[in-house]
Design a binder for this molecule. Structure first.
Ligand code: ZN
Length: 568
């Protein structure tokens, strides 16, 4: 019997010995090349896989600790060591993959590991090798610099200081004068660090372009697609899909926004009016963080035996770090530990309804991991990111019947959640088109980038532009500077929109036939990363967002649903 897992705080911090581990990986690669039989080759693969798991788990542990407190010297040092050492180890990993692809025992290994595994190996050798280690080290450093700069945001407001996430609450206040004052404090602070942010991004674009050239690509875009492990769709398909969002969703989003301003009796909306959904204030979740976790326990107890067991497992092992704190990185994420076979949730609760979104979203990711954790090949547990986001975004909708546990006026939350999910699509398309432009024009100046962002906002979200008057930061086109994915996960954004459309399909099905919707959802989670995105959808009888008509068909029932909520 294995030892019980200690609570998260008791896990010892270990910095991987990257040089030694890279040497070991080199030995396994040599041994694989010499393996006399398929069986022997598979044994060597197993050893390599265990080595990769332990290096990755230790590095993940460090990244989690650092993101929770970027100010702590011990974590910063360990994180720096990972930024530097991990790409060097990865370079050896890629050499192992190369040997695997060339192995005379490939047929035997494919039977053991699955043919998709080999497709993934192919992509990993096309997207990374020892030629670009220095550039990846540099990229890691710049991304950490960005994370730390955003985490260090501390805005003086009404005698207190607040970080990026904590300011949100004031920006949503029903008191317009308070919103205005908060917005002025926020944007004047952001103006102060904008040049630094632009500078970090400029360096990122340059270093990414350099690595693409070294790997033999014309620009970063094809390399970016490979790094995102996109197997079954292309930039052209994505472009067409973005245009569909523009055509179908932008006018609907415009209507939703207009209705919001009318409800709030705001004639000429400003940037500080955008986040307020109801005149009395946005629906706020009840109680403390502990209360929210208790409510989630009850919800997951009732949803299914599996959700009950696994949510409690996370709570029992302290695998959630939920509250916003000084020095903490912004945003929310779920990550996992392959050897311990547990996920971890990181978020920044700030007392808004976003707390509930993030809890259900990240638990959706966690649930998928639990469902697939017994798949023997670690690489086949987690699907690619757009598929991962289906699991999380659909969980947000499966949770809707329990929103009375979190809100006094649950329909107001449901309305806000659904309306925002629709309005999100044109924003997601903006972020994606922006990135395609950025990497097609790597020599553009920061001013040109901002101008491009501004013109894309005009295209996809014209209703926002009208609110920007009087806010120099937004008028300049700088909203993207706080969109972390643009810095830290290039091209990871259209994924959310693709997943959102599938999640809408789950939501529509859930209201018609909960049992069937849940069954399909669990099946999708269990398939893990055994197949690429479009194959997963097909096997689960779900429609592809790229297909003609999918977008319209998913959205139509939602408009009726929006009208059904009791919000007055
Ligand atoms: Zn997610």
């Amino acid at each position: 019997m294995s030892k019980p897992l200690p609570v998260f705080e008791e896990w010892p911090l270990r910095i991987p010995r990257f040089a030694k581990d890279a040497e070991k990986a080199k030995q396994w690669t040599a041994a694989l090349k010499e393996a006399p039989t398929g069986e022997e080759a598979f044994k060597i693969w197993k050893k390599m896989s265990r080595l990769e798991e332990s290096v990755l788990d230790e590095a993940t542990h460090i990244q989690v600790l650092y993101s929770i407190d970027t100010r702590k010297e011990e974590y910063k040092k360990a994180n720096d060591a990972c930024n530097e050492g991990l790409p060097r180890f990865d370079a050896e990993s890629v050499e192992f993959q190369r040997a695997l692809l060339a192995s005379p025992h490939r047929a035997y290994l494919e039977k053991k590991l699955g043919s998709f595994y080999f497709q993934k190996a192919e992509v990993s050798i096309q997207s990374f090798d020892s030629r670009i280690v220095e550039e990846v080290v540099e990229e890691n450093k710049l991304m950490s610099e960005y994370g730390a700069l955003i985490a260090s945001i501390s805005i003086s407001f009404q005698g207190e200081t607040y970080n990026h996430t904590q300011m949100q609450k004031f920006l949503e206040s029903p008191d317009r004068a308070l919103r205005k004052a908060a917005s002025e404090a926020y944007y004047s602070y952001m103006e102060g660090i904008a040049d630094q942010l632009e500078d970090i991004f400029d360096k990122l674009v340059k270093v990414r372009t350099k690595m693409a050239k070294k790997m033999g690509y014309d620009s970063y875009t094809p390399l970016g697609y490979l790094r995102m492990q996109r197997y079954d769709y292309t930039p052209e398909m994505v472009k067409e899909y973005r245009e569909k969002i523009h055509e179908v969703v932008t006018p609907i989003a415009e209507k939703i926004k207009r209705a919001q301003f009318a409800r709030n009796k705001i004639r000429s909306p400003k940037v500080y009016d955008m986040a307020l959904t109801f005149p009395e204030g946005n629906p706020l979740p009840k109680g403390s963080t502990e209360d929210k976790v208790k409510a989630a326990e009850k919800m997951y107890d009732e949803l299914s035996p599996e959700t009950s067991y696994y949510f409690r497992d996370m709570v029992d092992h302290h695998l959630l770090d939920l509250d916003a704190k000084p020095g903490k990185e912004s945003g929310g994420y779920m990550t996992n530990f392959s050897k311990e076979k547990v996920p971890f949730i990181f978020s920044n609760f700030n007392g808004t309804s976003g707390d509930v979104d993030v809890l259900t979203h990240e638990f959706g990711h966690s649930f998928q991991f639990y469902m697939a954790r017994s798949i023997k090949v670690p690489e086949n547990r987690m699907p690619t990111s757009e598929s991962c986001e289906i699991d999380s975004m659909s969980m947000e909708f499966f949770a809707e019947p329990w929103m009375n546990l979190f809100f006094d006026e649950p329909d107001r939350y449901r309305y806000t959640h659904l309306a925002e999910a629709i309005v999100f699509l044109p924003y997601g398309a903006t972020v994606d088109e922006f990135q395609h432009w950025v990497y097609a024009n790597p020599e553009a100046t920061p001013e040109e980038r901002d101008a491009e962002w501004h013109s894309l906002e005009e295209k996809y979200t014209p209703y926002k532009i009208r609110c920007y008057k009087g806010c120099a930061y937004m008028e300049k086109g700088r909203r993207w500077l706080t969109q972390a994915h643009i810095f830290e996960n290039p091209f990871y954004y259209i994924d959310y929109t693709l997943a959102q459309v599938v999640a809408f399909e789950f939501f529509n099905l859930d209201r018609k036939n909960h049992e069937l919707a849940w069954k399909r959802y669990v099946k999708l989670c269990k398939m893990g990363g055994r197949y690429p995105f479009l194959t997963l959808l097909k096997k689960d009888h779900m429609k592809s967002p790229f297909d003609e008509g999918t977008l319209q068909k998913s959205i139509r029932p939602l408009l009726k649903q929006l009208r059904s909520y009791k919000i007055d």
